[in-house]
Design a protein. Structure first.
Length: 251
């Protein structure tokens, strides 16, 4: 029940956010694509793919499929946060809040392809901890997308793409909506298939920017210092990682 109420609250906030977008100065002129509906506008060549991007996001899952060490399993949760990715430098940063109705985890993740290492900072009972781990994510690029057709989300004209499911294998269909006017990420979704239990995941992107802020790739002091005795008692393998990176492996 707590999770259901949380989902309703977040969707209400998301709708209010969407309404506020139209009141800003970044109004979109769709006149340039009025005569080009029915054909792919974005990412028609590899040169059009972004080399970096950042965005806030809200992710809702009802019994969605997720990869685990023991195979594909289902999970229901709410996750919100901010993602910042440099594809050329193979660096990523995620600030996330995860809530599955039983536990909440607020944390940050830094990933570096140069040394195949990730750092995860979490707050447990009011105390901050940082764990160094082998890199478990590749920086999600936007290669391997397959154009499906046109889609209209509200009044926004979008290109719809199917996405390589990555570690989800043939257990899920993964889709992505991209604004035709500026090729910004709008929304992603997954659907459980092939005899797995019914389930869905929806991820909405807000304030998308086709560039990354390098300042987010700087590690905090807690991740640079030696772990203390309290941290050593915690198992890094039990630390919750952001789900947004587990679902959308855009490569």
């Amino acid at each position: 029940m707590k999770l259901l109420l949380s989902l309703i609250l977040v969707m209400t906030i998301a709708l209010n956010c969407c309404k506020s977008f139209s009141m800003g100065t970044n109004k979109i002129d769709y006149s340039k694509i009025e005569n080009q509906l029915g054909q792919q506008q974005c990412f028609t060549s590899s040169g059009q793919l972004p080399t970096s991007y950042s965005s806030s996001y809200v992710m809702l899952s009802f019994n969605g499929n997720y990869p685990t060490p023991s195979g594909i399993q289902q999970s229901s949760f709410l996750e919100s946060g901010f993602i910042n990715i440099d594809l050329v430098g193979e660096q990523l940063y995620v600030d996330f809040l995860f809530d599955n109705g039983n536990t909440k985890t607020k944390g940050n993740l830094w990933g570096f392809g140069s040394n195949s290492t990730q750092y995860v900072s979490v707050n447990v009972n009011g105390t901050d901890y940082c764990f160094q781990q082998p890199l478990s994510y590749s920086a999600p690029s936007l290669e391997g997308l397959k154009y499906v057709g046109d889609f209209e989300l509200g009044t926004v004209q979008c290109d719809m793409f199917s996405v390589n499911p990555g570690d989800l294998g043939n257990s899920s269909n993964v889709g992505l909506l991209v604004d035709k006017s500026d090729c910004s990420l709008i929304s992603g979704s997954t659907e459980n298939i092939n005899n797995t239990p019914s389930g869905y995941t929806l991820t909405n992107y807000y304030y998308y920017n086709p560039s990354a802020d390098s300042s987010y790739f700087q590690l905090p002091s807690i991740c640079l210092n030696q772990p203390n005795s309290k941290q050593l008692k915690l198992k890094s393998s039990s630390v919750q990682l952001p789900k947004v990176l587990e679902t959308y492996h855009f490569n």
